[in-house]
Design a protein around this ligand. Structure first.
Ligand SMILES: Nc1nc2c(c(=O)[nH]1)N[C@H]1C(S)=C(S)[C@@H](COP(=O)(O)OP(=O)(O)OC[C@H]3O[C@@H](n4cnc5c(=O)[nH]c(N)nc54)[C@H](O)[C@@H]3O)O[C@H]1N2
Ligand SMILES: Nc1nc2c(c(=O)[nH]1)N[C@H]1C(S)=C(S)[C@@H](COP(=O)(O)OP(=O)(O)OC[C@H]3O[C@@H](n4cnc5c(=O)[nH]c(N)nc54)[C@H](O)[C@@H]3O)O[C@H]1N2
Ligand code: SF4
Ligand SMILES: [Mo]
Length: 733
C-alpha cells in the first residue's frame, strides 16, 4: 500500500492506494503500467509507466490519462433484452448516418435516454438462455454457416481462443473474424506468401541498431507514440530515417528524407527504388542466391519503373528516388516499418509485397537492426490472430482446410468441424444483407462505425434475425442487438496480451466488475454450455494451457514464467529465456523468401469532376477508433472533443472555405457535416477525416471495395466533394 493524493478528489485526507502492475489497454506497443487504485471507491487514481521491455517507463497521453473510461457512469451493468416490437432496429439516435450529422449532441455518445426505453433489463439466466436458444434454433434450422461471430482484439488471448472455439465447435462454422481484417490482413497475406509467417521479424527497439529505418504509411507519433519515441531517438543518434506518407505527420520532422508521395502510389515508388538498387548494383547477391527465389521475376517487373517514369506516378522527383535507393542499398542494416497507409488499399497486399521484396533484395532480414515490422494496432491484435480469430485458420495459422490439422482439432475439441474456410468481416456483413447470415455474436467490436460504407452496414445489421452484442458500453452496434451482455473491461481482467513485438505479457485486474457485469471468458462459456457444447475452465490460466498446447509459438510459455515483464515468442526455453528478439536468421518458415513483384494499380474509385478530392481517413493521438472508450475519458475528450476535416489551403481557397467553417462532405455512398481545419499537412487534392466521431462518421463516406488477397477495404482512398455551409452550426435535417 502506498499513500497518495488522488487526482480528482479535493480530499485533504490521503487515500490508501494499491499498486497493480499491468498494461495499457490501448495500442499494440504494449506499454507496461502500474495502476494506483483506490480500492474502497473502486477507482483508478493515477497511472505510472513501469519498466516494460516495450516502454521503459514511457507512456503516451492515452496510457497516462485514458483509464477512466472503465469507471464511466455509462458502463453496462445489467443484461438488456430488446422489447418486442422495438423496431426498426438500429441507431435510434441516428443523427449522422443518413447525412443528418451536426452539432446536436456535442458529447458524441449514444444517448442512453433515447435508446434504453427500447430495452428491458433482464437477469443473467434469462439473457443467456435467450442468446443460446435463438442461436441454436438458427443453427439447427439453417446450418452452422448461417451464424457468425466477431471476436475482439481488445480481449485477451484466452478470450480470443475461447471465442473461436465456440464459433467453430459450438456454432459449427468457421465464420469467425475480427478487426485484423480491416487492419493488417493484406500485410499478413503478403508476409505469409513471401516468408511464411505474419508476425514481425524484429522488435521495434531494434531500430536503435539500424543504419537506415524506412517508415511507410504509418502515423507513428500519434498511433504508436511510445514506439515513435524510440524511432525518434534512433534518428537523433544517427539512424537515417526515411518517411513515406502523403500526409505530413509529425514523424516527417524527424526524418532525414521525407517523401510526400501521391496517395496510393507506393507500388511505383518502391518499384523505382528497387529499380535503382539493381541498376546501381547495390543489391545483396549473396543473400538473394542463398535465401530467396523469384529474383528474375522481380527484376523483370521493376525494369518497367525507371525513376523518371515512376516520378510521374508517385510525385517524387527521379533524383530523390535515386538518393533514397542509394541510402537503403548502401546501408549495412535497414529496418522497415509500415502501417495502414500501406495495408488499407485494394492493392494493400501488393504494397506489402514490394516492402518485403525491398528487404529481401538488400538482405535486410534476420540480423540486428534489420527486418520487417508491420506495426500492429490493437493491444492484442497479434494475439487474437495467433489464437485463431481468423476464418481460415485454427490457432497458430493452421489451415481449417487441411484434413490432418482438422482431425487434430476435432479430437481436441470433441466435435466435427467444418472443412470450409469461413467468411471475413466484410463478407459476413454482406451475407447478413443477402440473408444467408442470420445470427451473430459480436464481442468487443463496433462494426457499425468501423466497417466501410455505414449505410450498407446498417442494412446488414438490421437484417439479422438475431444479434447478441457483448461489450462494456451500449455502442452504436449494440443498438441493433436483440440481447446486450455487459462484460469486463481490461481493468477488470487477468489474461495474456501479445504486443506488436510478439511479446506476451500478463494483465492483472485493477478494478472490481461494475454492477452485475461478468468476465468475457465466462460469458463465452455460458453461451457454449447452453447451446449444448460444455466449456468449463477454472480460470484464464487453464484456458491459456489449452491454447498453448495447440499453438506451437506459445507452447513453452506459462503464466508462472511470464512475470511482470512477459516474454517474446518464439521462446525456446520455458524457464529462463526472454524469447526471440529477432527471427529468421537462417531460414524462413516457408524455406526461401519469395519475391512477389507487383505492378502499379489504380484505386477502386478515382476523383472526377463531380467528386474531385481524395479522402484519407485515420486516427488522432487522443482517440481510439470508434470513440467508445476515449470519448468517455475526461482528459482525452477535452483535448479532441469534436469532428473535423483537414483541407489543404489551396483547395480551401478555391472552394472559398474558411478555417472553422462547417462543411458537407459527400461521397457516392453518403454524406456527413463537420468543421474545416485548413492545414497544409494534407497535400492539395486530398482531405483527411479522423474516424473517431460517430456524429460525423468517416465510414459513411468510405468505399467498401476489397483487396482480393487480404479482403481489406480501401479505407485510405475514395472520392469526395465539399460544400461550405457557413460559420453557424447547420440545423440537423
Ligand atoms: N491514438 C490511436 N492510436 C492507435 C489507434 C487509434 O485508434 N488511436 N488504433 C490502433 C490500430 S488498431 C491501428 S491498426 C494503428 C494504425 O496506425 P497507422 O498505421 O498509423 O494508421 P492511420 O492513422 O490509419 O494512418 C496511416 C497513415 O497512412 C497514411 N497514408 C494514407 N494513404 C497513404 C498512401 O497511399 N501511402 C502511404 N505511404 N501512406 C498513406 C495516412 O496519411 C496516415 O498518416 O494504430 C493503433 N494505434
Ligand atoms: N475509415 C476507417 N475505418 C477504419 C480504419 C481506418 O483507418 N479508417 N481502421 C480499421 C482498423 S485498423 C481497425 S483495428 C478497426 C477497429 O474497429 P473496432 O474494433 O470496431 O473499434 P473499437 O472502437 O476499437 O471497438 C472496440 C469495442 O470493444 C469494446 N471493448 C473494449 N474493451 C473491451 C473488453 O475488454 N471486453 C469487451 N467485451 N468489449 C470491450 C469497446 O467498448 C468498443 O465497443 O477499425 C477499422 N476501421
Ligand atoms: S503507446 Fe500505446 S500502449 Fe503505450 S501508453 Fe500509448 S496507447 Fe498505451
Ligand atoms: Mo487496426
Amino acid at each position: 500500500m502506498r499513500a497518495l493524493k488522488p487526482m480528482a478528489a479535493p480530499a485533504a485526507e490521503p487515500v490508501r492506494v494499491k499498486a497493480v502492475d499491468s498494461l495499457c489497454p490501448y495500442c499494440g506497443v504494449g506499454c507496461a503500467v502500474t495502476y494506483l487504485v483506490d480500492e474502497a471507491r473502486n477507482r483508478i487514481v493515477a497511472v505510472e509507466g513501469r519498466d516494460g521491455v516495450a516502454n521503459e517507463g514511457r507512456l503516451c497521453v492515452k496510457g497516462r490519462y485514458g483509464f477512466d473510461y472503465a469507471t464511466h457512469p455509462q458502463r453496462l451493468t445489467r443484461p438488456l433484452i430488446r422489447k418486442a416490437g422495438a423496431y426498426p432496429k438500429g441507431p435510434l439516435s441516428r443523427e449522422t448516418h443518413e447525412g443528418r450529422s451536426g452539432p446536436r449532441r456535442p458529447g458524441g455518445l449514444v444517448d442512453y435516454a433515447e435508446v434504453l426505453p427500447h430495452f428491458l433489463e433482464a437477469g443473467w439466466d434469462e439473457a443467456l438462455d435467450l442468446v443460446a436458444a435463438r442461436l441454436k434454433a438458427l443453427r439447427d434450422a439453417h446450418g452452422g454457416d448461417a451464424l457468425a461471430g466477431f471476436g475482439s482484439a481488445k480481449g485477451s488471448n484466452e478470450e480470443a481462443y475461447l471465442f473461436q472455439k465456440l464459433i467453430r465447435a459450438g456454432f459449427g462454422t468457421n465464420n469467425v473474424d475480427h478487426c485484423t481484417r480491416l487492419c493488417h490482413a493484406s500485410s499478413v497475406a503478403a508476409l505469409m506468401e513471401c516468408i511464411g509467417s505474419g508476425a514481425v521479424t524484429n522488435v521495434v527497439r531494434d531500430v536503435e541498431r539500424a543504419e537506415v529505418a524506412l517508415v511507410a504509411g504509418s502515423n507513428t507519433t500519434e498511433n504508436h507514440p511510445v514506439a515513435a519515441t524510440f524511432i525518434k531517438d534512433a534518428a537523433h543518434n544517427g539512424t537515417q530515417l526515411i518517411y513515406i506518407n502523403p500526409r505530413r505527420t509529425a514523424l516527417a520532422d524527424h526524418a532525414q528524407v521525407y517523401l510526400q508521395n501521391t496517395p496510393g502510389s507506393d507500388v511505383p515508388l518502391l518499384n523505382a527504388i528497387m529499380h535503382v538498387i539493381i541498376a546501381e548494383n547495390l543489391h545483396d547477391k549473396d543473400f538473394i542466391e542463398r535465401r530467396t527465389e523469384g529474383f528474375a521475376q522481380l527484376q523483370e517487373v521493376v525494369s518497367h519503373y525507371p525513376p523518371e517514369a515512376a516520378a510521374g506516378l508517385c510525385g517524387i522527383p527521379a533524383e530523390r528516388i535515386r538518393e533514397v535507393a542509394r541510402l537503403i542499398g548502401r546501408a549495412r542494416s535497414a529496418m522497415i516499418f509500415w502501417g495502414m497507409g500501406i495495408s488499407q488499399h485494394t492493392f494493400g497486399t501488393d504494397n506489402s509485397r514490394c516492402l518485403i521484396s525491398l528487404a529481401l533484395l538488400t538482405g535486410n532480414v534476420g540480423r540486428p537492426g534489420t527486418g520487417l515490422h508491420p506495426l500492429r494496432g490493437q493491444n492484442n491484435v497479434q494475439g487474437a490472430s495467433d489464437a485463431g480469430l481468423i476464418p481460415m485458420f485454427y490457432p497458430d495459422y493452421q489451415s481449417v482446410a487441411d484434413p490432418k490439422v482438422r482431425a487434430r482439432f476435432e479430437q481436441l475439441w470433441g466435435r466435427p468441424l467444418s472443412p470450409k474456410p469461413g467468411l471475413t468481416v466484410t463478407e459476413i456483413m454482406e451475407g447478413a444483407r443477402e440473408g444467408h447470415i442470420k445470427g451473430m455474436y459480436i464481442m468487443g467490436e463496433n462494426p457499425f462505425i468501423s466497417d466501410p460504407d455505414s449505410n450498407n452496414v446498417r442494412k446488414g445489421l438490421a437484417a439479422l434475425d438475431f444479434l447478441a452484442v457483448q461489450d462494456i458500453f451500449l455502442t452504436e452496434t449494440a443498438e441493433f442487438a436483440d440481447v446486450i451482455l455487459p462484460a469486463s473491461s481490461f481493468m477488470e481482467k487477468r489474461g495474456t496480451f501479445t504486443n506488436t513485438d510478439r511479446r506476451v505479457q500478463l494483465s492483472q485486474p485493477a478494478l472490481r466488475l461494475p454492477g452485475e457485469a461478468r468476465q468475457d471468458w465466462e460469458l463465452i462459456c455460458e453461451i457454449a454450455g447452453r447451446m449444448g457444447y460444455p466449456m468449463r475452465y477454472t480460470g484464464p490460466d487453464a484456458i491459456f494451457l489449452e491454447m498453448a498446447a495447440c499453438t506451437k509459438s506459445y507452447a513453452t510459455l506459462r503464466y508462472e514464467h511470464l512475470g511482470t515483464r512477459g516474454k517474446w515468442y518464439p521462446c525456446p526455453d520455458p524457464e529462463h529465456s526472454e524469447g526471440e528478439r529477432i527471427v529468421f536468421g537462417q531460414t524462413f518458415p516457408r524455406g526461401k523468401g519469395k519475391f512477389s513483384p507487383a505492378h502499379n494499380k489504380d484505386a477502386a474509385e478515382l476523383p472526377d469532376a463531380e467528386y474531385p478530392l481524395v479522402l484519407n481517413t485515420g486516427r488522432l493521438l487522443e482517440h481510439w477508433h470508434t470513440g467508445v472508450m476515449t470519448r468517455r475519458s475526461a482528459a482525452l475528450d477535452a483535448l479532441e472533443p469534436e469532428a473535423w476535416i483537414e483541407v489543404n489551403p489551396a483547395d480551401a481557397a478555391r472552394a472559398k472555405i474558411a478555417e472553422g467553417e462547417w462543411l458537407r462532405v459527400a461521397s457516392r455512398r453518403g454524406q456527413i457535416v463537420l468543421k474545416a481545419r485548413v492545414l497544409d499537412r494534407t497535400p492539395p487534392g486530398s482531405v483527411f477525416i479522423p474516424m473517431h466521431f460517430r456524429e460525423a462518421a468517416a465510414n459513411v463516406l468510405t468505399n467498401p471495395a476489397l483487396d482480393p488477397f487480404g479482403k481489406i477495404p480501401e479505407f485510405k482512398y475514395c472520392a469526395v466533394k465539399l460544400t461550405p455551409l457557413g460559420m453557424t452550426p447547420p440545423k440537423p435535417a
